[in-house]
Design a protein around this ligand. Structure first.
Ligand code: GLN
Length: 246
């Protein structure tokens, strides 16, 4: 019967459309983290793989959401723009909570406290405290809090680099006098490179957090819950011991 055929065709069409709709709806089975994998031990490469403290937190967030984690590695300076352009779901990159950034993104609860330090050559006797940077050339990483602090200092020449490691190379080669960068990566860089030392700088404490798009309450809450669970389960302490043991 004609009408029967028509109904069958309609049914097939309807089911097909529904299925396709479901596939599109559930299409995004992954969640995208943006980072700058040059920041050991928070995010760095081990072979081709990106690993680190932030990556483990991000894995836990993905697991909570039942999604797979995809990592996009890019310059630190472009992370917020890429997040707001919709190419990333969140940024986990040792990012410090700053008022200027809070205008552009929403931050999760903080998961780590850090500060900036000064790296100089081991034999350097000129530079002992932050004040001594006057009249010196100081390498920083573009778009970071270190750049912000040093560029605000009078009589200090602020030289931004795309990567912290490039700043350290120039320090080793005598092209600049010091590097100002976050404490933990500084310790790793100095350990990996002979002839350098880390000085405590008189900079304020910084709180790292994960950034989401403004208004992405759902993801922010999932991240905050994940952080709380990592704390209460003892997993955070395990991770801390793994990455920050002296
Ligand atoms: N904590 C610093 C900042 O947020 C540096 C972060 C980084 O270089 N990955 O600016």
């Amino acid at each position: 019967m004609k009408i029967n055929k028509l109904l069958k065709a309609l049914a097939v069409l309807t089911i097909g459309t529904l299925l396709m709709g479901m596939m599109v709806g559930c299409g995004k089975q992954y969640i995208v983290m943006g980072t700058n994998a040059e920041f050991e031990p928070f995010e760095y490469r081990e072979g081709t793989e990106i690993v680190g403290f932030d990556v483990e937190i991000a894995e836990a967030v993905a697991e909570k959401l039942g999604k797979e984690l995809k990592i996009e590695d890019m310059e630190f300076d472009s992370l917020i723009a890429q997040l707001n352009a919709g190419r990333l779901d969140f940024v986990a990159s040792g990012m410090t909570i700053k008022p200027a950034r809070e205008k552009q993104v929403d931050f999760s609860d903080s998961y780590f406290t850090s500060k900036q330090v000064i790296i100089v050559k081991e034999e350097n006797e000129d530079i002992k405290v932050g004040e001594d940077l006057k009249g010196k050339s100081v390498g920083v990483q573009l778009g970071t809090t270190g750049e912000e602090y040093i560029s605000e200092e009078e009589d200090v020449e602020c030289i931004p680099f795309n990567k912290g490691t490039l700043a350290v190379m120039d320090l080793v080669n005598g092209k600049i006098d010091a590097v100002v960068i976050d404490e933990e990566p500084a310790k790793r860089m100095v350990a990996a490179q002979k002839g350098l030392k880390v000085l405590e700088a008189p900079f304020v404490e910084e709180k790292y957090a994960i950034a989401v798009k403004k208004g992405d309450v759902e993801l922010k809450e999932a991240i905050d819950e994940t952080l709380a669970e990592l704390q209460s389960s003892g997993k955070y302490d395990e991770m801390y011991a793994k990455y920050f043991a002296e």
